[in-house]
Design a protein around this ligand. Structure first.
Ligand SMILES: [Zn+2]
Length: 92
């Protein structure tokens, strides 16, 4: 998905807040292939996989599928952990 689209068009489906984007991989045409969208309001995180943001309601998400992904992307979470699809602060 195009970087511009991600930055300008997408908001959190739950509270319509702006999402912040961390780019993990992108191609030479500004398409984001892998990344993490996070909501400052409800703290939900939405992975971008193969260019597709996964923004389905919680009940349709599979923690077992997403956990390995967020583990792999741990360093992009800046010390935070993903729990129940929400980002929790690493430092306590
Ligand atoms: Zn939200």
């Amino acid at each position: 998905m195009k970087l511009d689209t991600l930055k300008n068009k997408l908001c959190c489906p739950f509270d319509k807040s702006d999402l912040s984007l961390k780019i993990i991989t992108q191609d030479e045409h500004d398409n984001v292939l892998e990344g993490i969208l996070s909501c400052s309001e409800c703290k939900r995180v939405y992975p971008i996989v193969s260019g597709i943001p996964i923004m389905t309601p919680d009940e349709f998400r599979e923690p077992a599928l997403e956990e390995p992904m967020f583990e792999k992307w741990e360093r992009f979470l800046e010390g935070g952990k993903v729990k129940n699809f929400r980002l929790t602060e690493g430092k306590e």
